[in-house]
Design a protein around this ligand. Structure first.
Ligand SMILES: Cc1cc2nc3c(=O)[nH]c(=O)nc-3n(C[C@H](O)[C@H](O)[C@H](O)COP(=O)(O)OP(=O)(O)OC[C@H]3O[C@@H](n4cnc5c(N)ncnc54)[C@H](O)[C@@H]3O)c2cc1C
Length: 419
């Protein structure tokens, strides 16, 4: 009888889950374990809106696991201590998990791997490190070069089927935590939100079908993707992708299906293009380890002088700067955990270039607020805008007034958030 523990990370789904499929195929019994680490869940590091979305996703997974006969146990502490402990209590031989890319997660993997047999699978992205047409040390510095190299022989694996059963004889000891037990308050839904994001695998798949097929938004995505208002202008897949409710591989095949059944055009290609940015930043994080969390970034030059000013930073965070377009975007973030890609670029550029503040402070604030927070995409994009990342230009400066004129010509977005 082989027993395996499945360590839940940013992979909150049953279907299209490579690591879970492997655990179930190699073990007679599999126990899923979620460890709540207070370093991550502390309200100073994670807003209640973000925590709520993550808990909803976990709750949905819990229901699915129970339906399949399986068990999730909920533990508070450090994964590197709790996973080996529970494995010992139950007599599990191996721990299975999704391989992550960012430094803290890699360190955690190493710590667990030193104590027990840890089997990692690459399920986070479209492809794995082994599929890259170059060694990781030779990862191109700029996206265009990465893209042209990986696109040439791009081969994405087929979609995995969901398991039919998860056998497990363990009786869970931990209760499913509510927000209050994690020191969070129940957030209030703001009716101005671009959409009502609900966590979980089914919600993710429903929205993917709705956006691509029913609303037919993929057809025009390249023209609409810089929008600011409503659910349709971009896919809004990121919160589910970041928490692993949705698999990038599944999105890829949905695009392909749409292209063969309805239309293949620049827009359908562009969604894949954006998913390749996600892949790029995953590998940048893996290649450069802790550097992406340092002010010097991966360039180690091009730093501008800081005007350290906590009031300026606070005003930026709370949407009280001199610029109303920046403020509107920050209010949207604070009230909903969401901001458009255009908004993110503008507020980040404003913090760095207009206010002369540290890009890391901005990145940390985004980390705490965004429901789609992902360490690789967040720090990768911030580094890029801070001039210390993967950009051939020394910095990218956005003029917020011109941006507002262009992207919010009638002022509808500003009116929504400022009045
Ligand atoms: C300063 C800054 C911080 C960011 N922080 C995050 C973050 O923490 N988590 C996150 O998922 N994205 C982050 N992004 C990237 C991007 O803004 C979001 O992925 C996108 O806005 C999500 O909306 P969508 O799902 O509708 O995207 P779409 O436009 O529909 O794109 C589809 C998918 O492609 C990926 N993608 C798109 N643009 C990017 C990009 N620039 N970099 C990496 N992946 C991308 C996302 O997975 C996205 O869901 C950040 C961008 C900036 C400028």
């Amino acid at each position: 009888m082989t027993k395996g523990v499945y360590w839940l990370r940013n992979d909150l789904r049953i279907s299209e889950n490579l690591a879970l499929a492997r655990a179930i195929s190699e073990c007679d019994e599999v126990l899923l374990v979620k460890v709540f680490d207070d370093r991550t869940w502390d309200p100073s590091r994670m807003s209640s809106i973000r925590a709520n979305f993550a808990l909803q996703s976990l709750y949905a997974l819990h229901g699915k696991v129970n339906d399949l006969g399986g068990v999730i146990d909920f533990i508070h502490g450090r994964a590197s201590e709790e996973i080996p402990k529970i494995m010992k209590s139950w007599g599990a031989e191996r721990c299975y998990a999704q391989r992550e890319d960012a430094w803290d997660e890699v360190v955690e993997e190493r710590e667990i791997g030193q104590k027990v047999e840890l089997v990692l699978s690459e399920g986070k992205g479209l492809f794995s490190e082994e599929d890259l047409p170059f060694d990781l040390v030779d990862l191109p510095m700029v996206f265009s070069s990465f893209r042209s190299k990986v696109e040439k022989g791009l081969s994405v694996r087929p979609i995995l089927k969901a398991p039919r059963r998860i056998n497990c004889s363990w009786t869970a000891r931990g209760e499913f935590p509510d927000l209050a037990s994690l020191a969070h308050q129940q957030p209030q839904f703001d009716s101005r939100a671009a959409m009502n994001f609900l966590g979980g695998e089914d919600r993710a798949r429903d929205w993917m079908k709705e956006w691509i097929w029913n609303r037919d938004c993929l057809k025009t995505y390249k023209d609409t993707r810089n929008g600011l208002l409503g659910p349709d202008y971009s896919s809004k897949f990121s919160p589910w992708l970041a928490n692993g409710c949705l698999s990038a591989v599944e999105v890829y095949w949905e695009i392909k299906s749409y292209e063969s059944k309805r239309v293949a055009n620049e827009s359908t290609y562009w969604l894949l293009f954006e998913l390749l940015w996600r892949e790029f930043f995953r590998f940048v994080a893996r290649r450069h380890g802790p550097k992406i969390f340092c002010r010097e970034g991966i360039k180690q030059d091009g730093l501008s002088k800081l005007k350290e000013n906590l009031d300026m930073l606070d005003n930026w965070k709370s949407g009280r700067t001199q610029d109303d377009f920046v403020n509107a975007n920050m209010l949207e973030l604070n009230r909903t955990g969401w901001m458009s890609n255009r908004g993110r670029q503008i507020v980040a550029s404003y913090l760095i270039h207009d206010l002369g503040q540290d890009w890391l402070a901005g990145a940390r604030y985004f980390e705490s607020q965004l429901i789609d927070y992902d360490p690789c995409s967040n720090y990768g994009n911030w580094m890029y805008l801070g001039g210390v990342g993967n950009d051939s230009r020394s910095s990218r400066v956005f003029n917020p007034v011109k941006q507002a004129e262009f992207y919010d010509h009638q002022g509808r977005f500003r009116k929504l958030w400022l009045s």
